[in-house]
Design a protein around this ligand. Structure first.
Ligand code: HEC
Ligand code: HEC
Ligand code: HEC
Ligand code: HEC
Ligand code: HEC
Ligand code: HEC
Ligand code: HEC
Ligand code: HEC
Length: 349
């Protein structure tokens, strides 16, 4: 503690101490002084909820909490939406409190209330049983066209803190790891050959199908995984935001919440390619792949050209890839002979 030089300072200190003690005593009834789990971003209720856990297991939040007095310290948008949606929305953010209450997400996360969180237009979304459903019926489109359900949101985001900032370790469900260093680890909790999740098995796949091979591919073959690319290649060159070497997120290229492209490839730059400068990413550039909108089957050029821009133009490198950008070779052709996940003989993806 600092040594006090004179009696004037001593008086000031004494007075402020008294005020502090008084404030603490008077403020003890005021919950906003006590940091709760919720105020620290851990929104899910647990068995300690209420007086010694007396509130655990109860579904009727309105018995004890009036909407008017809660959320004084929460963001405006949370205050607004949770009072608009009322008590049916509580369990979405705070968990079901050990009751049967359903956790709703789409009630807020829809194009009207939160149009950009997430961007969800486009009929293809990340379902978990696509293959099983496919085997039962031949109507593939009908299945992929089904919108995501609340239950599916919670598989990937069991305990989001809804603070408007996406954080790996707060907003993505933890499967077999304590913490994630990157998003690929999250996807690979299920997409692997040897430690799949019991509830989400991916069965009957060829050994090299990326649905199960990606964990190995991303480590050993893929240039977008841990294997370092170099800036020495014939067609080298990357746009600002991306570098050699760099680990990419799966969601730089794949959209979970909605896209028109097969294999869940993003259909607009603002759905992925997250490190690009805003001026490019938010434009947004359209991305058509794999035969859609007049592209050749297997042509991923409009995706690749979002990040790649070859420095020395050759082999059609100066040609518009279809969305107004240029800088990849073999424009308007099938890239898959040489670039797929795990491609071992050619250069890969
Ligand atoms: C029987 C009364 C009762 C019921 C029913 C009840 N709560 Fe509570 N809740 C309390 C009490 C008491 C506290 C602790 C005092 C406070 O912070 O207001 C509390 C605290 C909380 C907190 C802050 C906890 C923290 O750790 O930060 C949240 C969030 C909450 N309740 C949400 C809910 C939701 C959602 C429901 C409905 C599913 C619900 N409560 C039902 C009594 C109740
Ligand atoms: C969109 C997510 C969201 C929804 C829906 C939601 N809450 Fe909250 N709640 C929060 C956040 C975030 C906090 C923490 C605020 C802070 O920083 O103190 C919180 C805090 C609380 C607290 C403790 C502190 C306080 O602000 O009073 C209670 C009690 C609570 N919520 C009850 C409810 C009830 C009851 C409902 C349903 C009417 C509900 N919440 C719906 C996000 C939500
Ligand atoms: C297969 C896993 C998966 C499913 C299912 C899923 N998400 Fe996501 N979500 C992610 C990943 C990964 C990210 C981070 C990358 C991104 O923004 O696309 C994310 C990001 C988000 C974001 C932040 C977007 C932003 O731009 O900041 C919101 C909001 C969100 N998800 C809500 C939802 C809702 C609501 C559902 C259900 C309708 C859902 N998610 C279903 C994996 C998933
Ligand atoms: C009452 C409305 C409401 C409900 C219900 C709700 N959310 Fe949110 N959520 C929000 C708001 C508001 C944000 C912050 C958006 C912003 O500021 O951009 C958010 C943000 C998110 C994010 C982005 C990451 C972050 O921390 O901001 C994810 C992921 C998310 N919510 C998932 C879910 C899931 C999963 C459910 C259902 C279990 C759900 N939400 C239910 C309102 C809601
Ligand atoms: C909880 C497990 C789980 C997680 C986490 C998960 N997936 Fe999946 N994913 C599945 C299952 C199950 C399927 C359906 C497989 C099938 O068709 O049999 C699937 C299918 C896919 C498909 C093919 C979809 C189609 O329509 O062709 C892609 C692409 C995909 N996942 C990418 C991802 C990415 C990227 C992430 C991380 C952001 C991710 N997955 C996270 C379980 C998961
Ligand atoms: C016949 C095989 C073949 C086909 C087809 C092909 N590529 Fe390539 N690609 C290669 C080879 C080989 C290299 C590496 C050349 C070198 O570095 O010497 C390469 C390099 C690249 C690179 C440069 C990566 C870097 O940063 O160095 C990009 C981007 C690329 N290809 C995109 C595409 C796209 C987009 C298509 C389809 C429209 C495509 N390729 C079709 C063989 C092919
Ligand atoms: C989100 C940005 C992004 C997208 C989209 C993208 N790449 Fe890349 N690519 C990179 C980065 C960053 C590297 C350097 C990564 C590393 O190897 O460390 C790279 C490296 C490569 C390499 C290896 C280069 C070398 O020197 O060995 C090839 C080949 C390649 N990309 C091809 C493609 C093809 C083909 C596509 C389209 C299907 C594509 N990329 C889409 C960012 C991207
Ligand atoms: C640079 C862009 C890019 C990145 C990063 C990327 N992918 Fe892909 N992915 C593609 C492209 C393009 C295809 C289609 C071509 C192919 O089959 O390889 C694809 C295909 C797939 C498929 C096959 C889907 C199906 O329906 O058959 C799965 C599964 C997949 N990726 C998962 C992942 C996972 C998991 C990650 C992260 C570990 C990831 N991808 C990272 C571009 C990417």
């Amino acid at each position: 503690m600092k040594i006090l030089k004179n009696s004037k300072q001593m008086i000031v200190l004494t007075v402020s101490l008294v005020i502090a003690v008084l404030l603490t005593a008077c403020g003890s009834g005021n919950n906003s002084q006590i940091p709760t789990q919720a105020s620290q971003g851990k929104l899910l209720l647990d068995k300690a909820h209420g007086d010694h856990g007396s509130a655990w297991g109860k579904a009727e939040c309105d018995n004890c909490h009036a909407i008017k007095v809660i959320h004084k310290n929460a963001s405006k948008i949370i205050q607004q939406l949770s009072s608009d949606k009322g008590y049916t929305a509580c369990a979405g953010c705070h968990g079901n409190n050990g009751s049967e209450a359903k956790r709703h997400c789409i009630t807020c996360h829809n194009p009207k209330d939160l149009p950009t969180a997430p961007l969800s237009n486009g009929s293809r979304v990340h379902h978990f049983g696509a293959n099983k459903l496919r085997q039962k019926t031949l109507a593939v489109e009908a299945i992929t066209d089904k919108a995501l359900t609340d239950k599916e949101c919670i598989i990937c985001h069991v305990s989001s803190d809804m603070n408007g900032k996406f954080e790996l370790n707060a907003d993505l469900t933890h499967f077999d790891r304590q913490s994630y260093e990157n998003e690929a680890q999250f996807c690979q909790s299920c997409h692997n050959r040897i430690h799949q999740q019991l509830d989400f098995p991916i069965t009957d796949k060829a050994f090299d199908d990326p649905l199960i091979a990606i964990e190995d591919d991303y480590q050993y073959f893929d240039y977008h995984g841990f294997r370092n690319g170099s800036d020495q290649g014939t067609y080298h060159g990357l746009r600002e935001g991306y570098n050699y070497p760099q680990l990419l997120d799966c969601s730089d290229c794949h959209a979970m919440h909605g896209t028109q492209n097969k294999q869940l490839i993003i259909d607009r730059s603002d759905k992925g390619v997250k490190k690009l400068p805003k001026t490019i990413r938010q434009k947004p550039y359209a991305i058509y792949t794999d035969g859609s909108n007049g592209t050749v089957a297997g042509d991923y050029g409009q995706l690749c050209v979002m990040c790649h821009q070859m420095q020395v133009l050759n082999d059609k490198g100066g040609q518009n890839a279809g969305n107004g950008l240029k800088g990849v070779h073999e424009v308007n052709s099938d890239c898959r002979d040489c670039h797929t996940h795990g491609e071992a003989t050619q250069i890969g993806l």
